[in-house]
Write a protein that binds this ligand. Structure first.
Ligand code: RUQ
Ligand code: CUA
Length: 664
């Protein structure tokens, strides 16, 4: 009988029952909440319309949720090790976390940014910054995995990062803290003497095909010793420019809370990267010795490798007139956001109650007319009145960040007054405001920082959730609040908890991501040096001793490992389990864990090879098992490895069922 028809009927029944549940659960609620419930209800078996990628803040990861339901779909480990799947523990992934400071298992992620084509998010990649030990990562959204990480030298507190240009030509990164460049021992009190900042442009290779060494530092612009906070690049008419907020132009080095809030205006730094490219072509850049790591996964073997880089090109503004200008902006601006048409630059002056919107066209005119009020280290300062488009008067308290819809409105988050304010960015007239709970940082609209917003939903990312959820001790989750922005008035729809501290996020129509999904890794394309493509090959290659190193070629398939009995390992050996998952079906991972391992399990996807390193310390018989419930006989998916004393004379042998082999 018509299976698909049956399926459809049952889906409809399921959906109707689901809606019935929503109705019955919500019928005691006011009408507006009943309507909200229906807007976020995604029936079982149905997909969400959008993906949202939340930065994980101090958990160093990315949280992926579906919208409008808010359902948490997965965690992508980026700068932090993740025992759940062995990221950062497996031999294949460790190199991704290498830096010039050694292996680092943690960082603080803030600002994810989707790759774009012509200013429109295209669903290929997601970039994100490491704030603490400056790095930028690239995640391939065909597999939801981190595939490349580049370290940024001459930087500290990589906060204005990672923002991109409209065709993903560059990812930009700026330094929050100014530091000595190169690093050197100075008295802190001599801040003004040693403090320097850098703005880094990372070139991205957008060519087709599978390769993961795509990022390379093109150049660093050396800028005055202020704190640089956030960024966004131009688009359309302003393509070729990137904008960076700066604060602490007072150059304080202690009690910044007071000492860096004295001036009436700080700056947005406007950088003309096309001009920088000209200057570099004329040889105006200087080579500087340094050290940074570039790590990436070889797509053929699935193994990450590290390259050490020892040189970077530095450009001084005074050697390249026209490369940078300061736009005065009140008062310690935090976010800087460019409207979808590329014509307006919103400065979010967090201590100002009037929000300035600069005009890109006026900025260009002021530059032409040399309408300057000063110059700092070769960077002309433009006249505020000449570049200002308008100010949103009395916008709110603590404006931090702005996103845009597709109807000419901007939405600004207000940390202190805990609200989102909607206004027409051409007239600077406020049209609506909505309270949020509580203390919002960033907000996100699908495509809301691109040339093409999908203005249906807005998510507020709130820092404080006390009294919003069931309590979980002193440590509470952060909260996302989903707001309907399809009409003139904003409507609150849903609260859901998030993990770590989501700062910024990116939202995108799901089909732009799902059309590129990988479901398995093809076994025949697996070029891992320790991959085996069949159980016969695993038995054939078996267990190989090289001095104190023992390499085990192993396969996993429902519901056994081959080999599953191993003898001849000795205390003092370092054992490498190279496990290939022979499955070629979507969603059939196998896990591998061994008793006493000091790392984690590895979770191996179909067609993939992963390696767990293990150093047994005491003689005994140690079990290993599959950690992912893969079949009815998952509990049978286990094996033993015998560990003998250092000086024992036990032969190296491996077995599967009736077949036993030994090394000669
Ligand atoms: S920053 S809100 Cu990186 Cu605004 Cu967090
Ligand atoms: Cu394989 Cu459980």
């Amino acid at each position: 009988m018509k299976g698909s028809k049956l399926k459809k009927i049952s889906l409809v029944i399921v959906a109707l029952t689901g809606l019935g549940v929503v109705f019955s659960q919500t019928k005691h609620l006011p009408k507006e909440w009943q309507e909200a419930a229906l807007k976020v209800y995604v029936p079982p078996g149905e997909y969400d319309e959008f993906y949202v990628f939340f930065s994980g803040g101090f958990n160093g990861q990315i949280g992926v949720h579906g919208i409008p339901s808010g359902r948490n779909l997965r965690t992508i480990p980026v700068f932090s090790v993740n025992p759940e799947n062995g990221y950062g523990y497996s031999e294949e992934t460790r190199a991704l976390l290498m830096t010039s400071h050694g292996f680092i298992p943690w960082d603080d992620t803030h600002h994810p940014e989707l790759s774009q084509t012509n200013g429109v998010p295209d669903g290929r990649w997601l970039f994100i910054n490491a704030n603490n030990t400056p790095r930028v990562a690239r995640i391939d959204l065909s597999e939801f995995r981190t595939v490349e990480i580049i370290e940024i030298p001459n930087s500290a507190g990589n906060h204005p990062s990672s923002f991109i240009t409209q065709n993903t030509e560059y990812v930009v990164a700026g330094t929050r803290f100014s530091v000595p460049i190169p690093q050197k021992d100075y008295p802190i009190s001599e801040y003004k003497k040693w403090a320097k900042g850098t703005i880094t442009f990372i070139k991205v290779d957008n060519s087709e095909g599978e390769k993961n060494d795509r990022m390379d530092i093109a150049f660093q612009l050396l800028v005055p010793g202020f704190d640089y906070d956030l960024a966004h690049c131009g688009k359309g008419p302003s393509h070729g420019w990137c904008f960076f907020t700066s604060y602490n132009t007072e150059q304080a080095h202690t009690l910044l809370e007071i000492n860096a809030s004295r001036k009436d205006k700080d700056f947005i730094l406007a950088v003309n990267w096309k001009r920088a490219e000209e200057c570099l072509a004329e040889g105006k850049g200087k080579k500087m010795k340094t050290l940074y790591y570039h790590n990436y996964v070889d797509p053929k073997t699935g193994i990450a490798k590290s390259e050490k880089k020892t040189e970077v090109t530095v450009l001084l503004p005074k050697d390249c007139p026209g490369v940078a200008y300061y736009l005065p902006t009140p008062k310690s601006p935090h976010g800087v956001d460019v409207s979808p048409d590329g014509l307006y630059i919103v400065g979010n002056g967090k201590l100002s109650i009037n929000q300035p919107i600069h005009s890109f066209e006026k900025m260009i005119n002021a530059i032409k007319n040399k309408d300057f009020v000063g110059e700092i280290e070769g960077i002309p300062v433009l006249r505020y009145e000449s570049i200002l488009h308008c100010e949103v008067k009395n916008i709110c308290l603590g404006p931090l960040h702005t996103e845009f819809d597709d109807k000419g409105y901007a939405y600004t988050s207000c940390f202190i007054s805990s609200e989102v304010v909607k206004y027409d960015y051409k007239t600077c007239k406020v049209v609506d405001r909505i309270p949020v709970y509580y203390s919002i940082g960033h907000l996100v609209i699908p495509g809301g920082d691109s040339a093409k917003p999908w203005g249906k939903y807005l998510i507020a990312m709130n820092k404080i959730t006390k009294d919003r959820y069931l309590p979980t001790g002193p440590e509470l989750p952060h909260a996302a609040q989903l707001i309907d922005i399809s009409g003139m008035k904003m409507k609150m729809l849903l609260d859901f908890p998030t993990h770590g501290e989501p700062h910024y996020a990116q939202m995108i129509p799901a089909e732009l991501v799902t059309k590129r999904q990988k479901k398995i890794y093809r076994l025949e394309e697996n070029k891992h040096p320790y991959a085996v493509k069949s159980e016969a090959e695993a038995m054939e290659k078996g267990v190989v001793r090289k001095g104190n190193e023992v390499h085990i070629y192993m396969t996993a398939i429902r519901s056994h490992f081959t080999p599953d009995n191993i003898e001849g390992i000795k205390v003092g050996d370092t054992v490498y389990f190279h496990v290939t998952n022979l499955e070629q079906d979507w969603d059939i991972p196998h896990g591998f864990a061994i008793f006493g391992a000091k790392t984690s399990n590895i979770l191996i996807m179909p067609g993939e090879t992963l390696t767990l390193k293990w150093k047994p310390e005491k003689p005994g018989v140690y079990p290993f098992y599959c950690t992912d419930f893969c079949s009815a006989l998952h509990q049978e998916m286990q094996g033993y490895i015998r560990v003998s004393p250092k000086d024992a004379n036990v032969k190296l042998c491996w077995q599967m069922g009736n077949e036993r082999k030994c090394a000669d």
